[in-house]
Ligand binder design. Structure first.
Ligand code: GAR
Length: 205
């Protein structure tokens, strides 16, 4: 049986779309079971509906974190989700949520972590003057943008870059590595030693 993905979004949803396209074409060996947005205006919700996917809005505004997270976990369980993918989901998860899906929650972040966690990572990179930045797919733990790293891609910074141009190139890399990381995690072809996610030989390189 195909593995089932639960994708959490807050906005545009381009990472969700890349995952959904790759699942539809077989590049990812899984199906999108549910897409959940915490904001009714999240553009990705409409895109999910247009694709005929199960799109659910659970507004988080004004709700206590534990109570809200229980709603999400319930929705994910109802849809028998094997792997949770945060795709521009701009909320910290509670310990209760993380305990429900041990090593089964991934996030994508637009920097080479541990550099530039938190908001506006691309702006932070430009402001710091780094010559290379990129993106990171990592397991989610209780700390912000901090869990073991599954995959990273490097994006050179150009002198003429603005936040928009840099973000655009990072986003292209995000769309590529998120699907590859999802396949690795679903396949189980890795082990975690301390903070290190070590890939099986046949997947390296
Ligand atoms: C992406 O760049 C993602 O890496 C970032 O938000 C954007 C969402 O775009 N996530 C974070 O900064 C999380 N800390 P999308 O909605 O088009 O996928």
């Amino acid at each position: 049986m195909k593995k089932r993905l639960g994708i959490l979004i807050s906005g545009r949803g381009s990472n969700f779309e890349a995952i959904a396209d790759n699942a539809a074409s077989g590049i990812i060996d899984a199906e999108v079971a549910v897409v959940i947005a915490n904001r009714p205006e999240a553009r990705g919700l409409e895109s999910a509906r247009q694709r005929g996917l199960n799109a659910v809005c659970l507004p988080s505004k004004g709700l206590d974190r534990e109570i809200y997270d229980r709603q999400i976990v319930e929705e994910l369980r109802k849809n028998s989700v094997d792997l949770v993918c945060l795709a521009g989901f701009m909320r910290l998860l509670s310990a209760g949520f993380i305990r429900e899906f041990p090593n089964r929650i991934l996030n994508i972040h637009p920097s080479l972590l541990p550099a530039f966690p938190g908001l506006d990572a691309q702006h932070q990179a430009l402001a710091h003057g780094v010559k290379f930045t990129g993106c990171t797919v990592h397991f989610v733990d209780q700390d912000l943008d901090a869990g073991p790293i599954v995959m990273q891609a490097v994006v050179p910074v150009q002198d003429k870059d603005t936040v928009d141009t840099l973000s655009g190139r990072i986003l292209e890399a995000e769309h590529e590595i998120y699907s590859r990381a999802i396949n690795i995690v679903l396949d189980g072809s890795y082990r975690i030693e301390g903070r290190r996610v070590l890939l099986s030989d046949d997947l390296r390189g």
